[in-house]
Design a protein around this ligand. Structure first.
Ligand code: HEC
Length: 158
């Protein structure tokens, strides 16, 4: 339980300044991609936090767990397409995407694939509704988030 709580809090801490950063008018395709990605990650963070919050309840709602796991899995499937070249800080100064995403594309792709594997497992397990099994899959999923962030995300405090 404590593990799930810590994870939820760590994830919720991201993006505190998001609302002061509206997309400029006449944005380029790369800038649009950077803002869309920002929104996609916020949604992913919400789904992951939603899953953790639900698991902390006395009797978690299996439908809530399953729908959050589905959202996480959908995000994991789409993630490799969220990073067109040129959509880093040049496209959105507040972006936390590091240049290594593009200069070390193979490494980044591997992290994205590792996340996709864990998210797919989580989705399958959550659809089955076994609470203990879902709890057990939260940590490897979180480690896949963290494993990518450590190398490819530069956190900026607002
Ligand atoms: C393959 C790499 C990768 C994986 C896996 C990954 N992330 Fe991220 N994440 C990033 C990068 C890169 C950024 C910065 C994007 C930007 O600012 O342009 C980011 C940003 C975020 C943000 C900040 C959103 C914002 O813009 O305010 C949140 C929240 C987040 N990720 C949550 C998660 C969660 C939760 C998971 C796992 C369930 C996860 N991420 C998995 C690479 C990843």
């Amino acid at each position: 339980m404590a593990v799930a709580l810590g994870i939820g809090a760590a994830i919720a801490a991201g993006g505190a300044f998001a609302h002061d950063d509206p997309m400029p008018k006449n944005a380029s395709a790369a800038t649009k991609a950077a803002y869309a990605r920002h929104q996609n990650f916020e949604n992913l963070g919400k789904a992951f936090k939603g899953l953790n919050d639900e698991l902390r309840k006395g009797s978690p709602d299996k439908a809530v767990l399953a729908s959050n796991a589905r959202a996480i899995n959908t995000a994991a499937t789409g993630l490799p397409t969220w990073f067109p070249r040129g959509s880093g800080v040049a496209a959105r100064p507040m972006s936390e995407a590091k240049n290594e995403i593009w200069s070390d594309a193979a490494g980044f792709t591997a992290k994205a694939a590792a996340f996709r594997t864990e998210a797919a497992k989580l989705n399958t397990i959550a659809a089955g509704g076994d609470i203990d099994a879902i709890k057990a899959q939260v940590r490897p999923t979180f480690m896949a988030c963290k494993g990518c962030h450590e190398t490819y995300r530069q956190e900026k405090k607002g």
